[in-house]
Every structure is written in structure tokens, then in C-alpha cells.
Design a protein. Structure first.
Length: 263
């Protein structure tokens, strides 16, 4: 095992590109350690690239184009930050449900999103977040989530509450009743301004990568012509979710949409 601390995000990305599958970014390591086989020893052939040494990846600032949250910002720092609470309260709500305080003090926003199964990804997708990469390129998080391999994320950009009106937002997390069991699915929903209809539905689950449920969004957008019912929403969920998760997600979405009466 090697641990390397490149002097810049650009050099970290270049190193990762050169090493390919033998490279792994390392921040809080709360997820990475769970991937190691017992007794949780780091694989000897892996080169870990420390991404915690650059101030620009840890800062949370408000700019003209939006709220910039560094990808290496600790989860607890993000949850408690006044700018995030004002401009992205749904993210704070989701973080309050994420793990124990010790996990939030170690884990980072970029690590949770890069994992693909964490609580933060669906929230950021529902908020139309963008991602700043090491080379300065900014692109929609949804586009990045569709890539098989993800480049180093430097920061996330979120809409300013005083510049773009967003409708009501909801975060749902469903797991088993047993203590210390992982969540089965994370779901985030956003309504249009004025809460007229649900316009964003995003999900992540173990074995099911972070994504938007476009078929569900389309079905809900047709409500003026053909109001969707539970079965319509469930069929749309099944396009990208396994049957058991589609069952859970469809009831949550239908409940928020107001079409569970009498079911």
C-alpha cells in the first residue's frame, strides 16, 4: 500500500489517470474501509491518493453563480454551516440522518457522493447540483453519475435560494427495523415553484447506483392529462429500480403525490 499527497487536485487527477484501477482517492475513509476484507487491512497493491490537503476543496462559499461546497468538506461541517442551512436545507436534513456523529466528522461530501449509494447523492441530484472537477470543468452531477469511472470532484455547486425559486423538497430513507442495518433506499423529491407538481425524483441504494427516475418524473408531469395512480408510478419505478425497491419507492412517491387515498 502507498499513500501519496499530491500538491494539487490537477496532479492528483493525473496520478489517478496514470495508475488506473490501482489508484484510489482517500478522504475520510469511512466507506473505503468497509470494502476491505477482514481484518480490514488495506490492499497492498493499491495507491491511495490523499485529497484532504487543498483548502479549495474544503471551503464553503457563496458566489455569484451559486453556493460552492468543497468536496472535501466534512459532512458535519456541511450540516452545520449557515450558508448550507439557508440555501440547501434539504442537504442538512439528509446529513442529520447520516450515520453517527463520529462518521459525519470524518466523512466528506465528495466521498459520500462518489460512493454512489450515500444519502447526499439523491439530494444533490434533486437540487440540480453541478460538479467542479480538477481541471476546472463544471458539469451536471447527473452526467457525472452516469460515468463508469468518476474523476476527482473538487466542489459542488448548488442554486442560490435568493436567485432561483425552488419548490418543496423531501428526503426519505428506508431501512430494516434491526439496529445498525444499512438503508435499503434513499430518495429525494423536489416540487416545482408553488408546489404544483413533483419535478425531480432521485434515488440511490445498495447495488443500485445514484440516478434520477426520469420515467417517474415524466409520469407525474402528465398529471393534467392523465393523473398517475400508484400502479403507474410503480411501473415507472421498475424501469430503473429492482422490484422490491420499486415497491418501496412507489408508495413513498405516491404518498407525497397524494394518490394513496383509498389504496
Amino acid at each position: 500500500m502507498r499513500l501519496i499527497r499530491p500538491p494539487s487536485p490537477q496532479q492528483a487527477q493525473q496520478l489517478a489517470d496514470r495508475l488506473g484501477p490501482l489508484a484510489r482517492y482517500l478522504a475520510g475513509a469511512t466507506v473505503v474501509q468497509q470494502e476491505w476484507p477482514e481484518p480490514r487491512l488495506a490492499p497492498t497493491q493499491t495507491t491511495f491518493i490523499d485529497v484532504m490537503g487543498w483548502p479549495q476543496t474544503q471551503q464553503i462559499t457563496l458566489a455569484e453563480q451559486g453556493l460552492r461546497v468543497g468536496a472535501a468538506a466534512r459532512l458535519e461541517t456541511v450540516r452545520c454551516h449557515s450558508l448550507v442551512r439557508h440555501h440547501a436545507p434539504l442537504l442538512c436534513e439528509a446529513l442529520s440522518q447520516l450515520g453517527a456523529p463520529g462518521v459525519r466528522r470524518l466523512g466528506t461530501l465528495g466521498g459520500n457522493v462518489g460512493w454512489g449509494e450515500g444519502d447526499c447523492g439523491p439530494v444533490l441530484l434533486a437540487l440540480d447540483a453541478q460538479v467542479e472537477l480538477a481541471d476546472g470543468v463544471v458539469l451536471p452531477l447527473e452526467a457525472l453519475a452516469q460515468r463508469a469511472s468518476r474523476p476527482l470532484m473538487v466542489a459542488f455547486w448548488l442554486p442560490r435560494a435568493d436567485r432561483r425559486a425552488l419548490g418543496r423538497c423531501v428526503f426519505e430513507k428506508v431501512g430494516y427495523r434491526a439496529a445498525f442495518s444499512p438503508a435499503r433506499i434513499r430518495l429525494a423529491l423536489r416540487w416545482s415553484p408553488g408546489d404544483a407538481q413533483i419535478v425531480r425524483v432521485a434515488a440511490a441504494a445498495p447495488g443500485t447506483p445514484l440516478h434520477r427516475l426520469h420515467a417517474v418524473e415524466t409520469a407525474l408531469a402528465r398529471q393534467a392529462v392523465t393523473p398517475p395512480d400508484l400502479q403507474t408510478i410503480r411501473a415507472a419505478c421498475r424501469i430503473t429500480l429492482p422490484a422490491d425497491l420499486a415497491l418501496i419507492a412507489s408508495r413513498l412517491i405516491a404518498g407525497h403525490h397524494g394518490c394513496l387515498e383509498g389504496v
